[in-house]
Design a protein around this ligand. Structure first.
Ligand code: C2E
Ligand code: MG
Ligand code: MG
Ligand code: MG
Length: 290
């Protein structure tokens, strides 16, 4: 019986692997058309200022609803795009769509920044600064409104080319942030040399902030580090009022997460900008924090 089960197990694993390979091949085959023919969309998630008590920014997050497979997680198809040489066209599309969504909000008088995630492959390709310039020109969005989010792990041993591209973007007036900060082992020496304005603290720290004193201590030291280096610190993945209270107590001024607002389609943005964000912050405003 054990032998049969073992055999069975091997066969099942083999089939599962086939399915993974099939799915990946399917995504790789269908992604170019999705990029070219309007198959993608962006969702925008608010970033809230604790002191300002309002939405200060929006992060653009790419979405793909596949006709047969349904919603594909971005972490899955962004990886496929990176491997298939499709990340540059994908991110060009996101930059265009996100800046086009921001422009009318700025025209209405909303004071907002836009965060766009960029892959290190796009930096390595050497055309990111040009692609950004083109999206800004087409939409009329000023460079100072655009924040480029780069995952920390890629900066650990970034080549000169990547650093030059980052410097060019910053020279042009864009804001540079390190995403998932705290997971990538960048050294402090390196961090202080990089042209970076914002640290987006990985949501893992936030997730444990209430019950793990060590996580809270790490958050406190990242906030301090930001202050020392003159960088703003954004907490990602804020889900509960307890996390919000702890972050506020530790001096973290910028928050993002489901508690403050989920990513929404462009059509729903107006509601987000007048929505219940203030409520989430007010709920926590107790005398002890004053
Ligand atoms: P990220 O840049 O760190 O984005 C934050 C992710 O956390 C988003 O996942 C967001 O929906 C999710 N999130 C926000 N608040 C909460 C919360 O309170 N709790 C939890 N559990 N999650 C929360 P999403 O949209 O699935 O995107 C995943 C990742 O895919 C992003 O992580 C980013 O690295 C990547 N990505 C998305 N769009 C792009 C893009 O245009 N280009 C590139 N290169 N990567 C992208
Ligand atoms: Mg991000
Ligand atoms: Mg992140
Ligand atoms: Mg990420």
């Amino acid at each position: 019986a054990a032998k049969a089960a073992g055999k069975n197990c091997v066969r099942t694993t083999g089939e599962a692997l086939d399915r993974v390979v099939d799915r990946r091949a399917r995504l790789a085959r269908d992604l170019p058309a999705a990029i070219a023919d309007g198959g993608l969309s962006v969702a925008l998630q608010p970033v809230v200022g604790v002191e300002e008590g309002r939405v200060l920014g929006l992060e653009a997050l790419v979405r793909w609803r596949h006709a047969e497979l349904g919603d594909v997680p971005p972490e899955e198809f962004v990886g496929v795009a990176e491997d298939e040489g499709l990340i540059v066209p994908l991110e060009r599309w996101v930059l265009g769509a996100a800046t086009a969504a921001l422009a009318p909000l700025l025209a209405q008088g909303h004071d907002l920044k836009l965060g766009v995630n960029v892959s290190v492959r796009h930096l390595q390709a050497g055309c990111l600064a040009d692609d950004v310039a083109r999206a800004l020109a087409a939409s009329g969005v000023p460079a100072s409104r655009l924040m480029l989010e780069i995952t920390e792990s890629v900066l650990v041993d970034a080549e000169d080319r990547v650093e030059r591209e980052l410097a060019a973007l910053r020279e042009a007036g864009c804001v540079i942030s390190i995403d998932d900060f705290g997971t990538g082992h960048s050294t402090l020496a390196r961090l202080s040399r990089l042209p970076v304005d914002v640290l987006k603290m990985d949501r893992d720290f936030v997730a444990h902030i209430e019950h793990d004193p060590r996580a809270a201590a790490v958050v406190a030291s990242v906030v301090d580090l930001g202050r020392t280096l003159g960088m703003d610190v954004v907490a990602e993945g804020v889900e509960t009022p307890g996390q919000l209270a702890a972050l506020r107590r530790l001096g973290c001024r910028f928050l993002q997460g489901h508690l403050l607002g989920r990513p929404v389609p462009v059509a729903d943005l107006a509601a987000v900008l007048v929505g219940p964000v203030g409520g989430a912050l007010d709920g926590d405003r107790t005398p002890s924090h004053v």
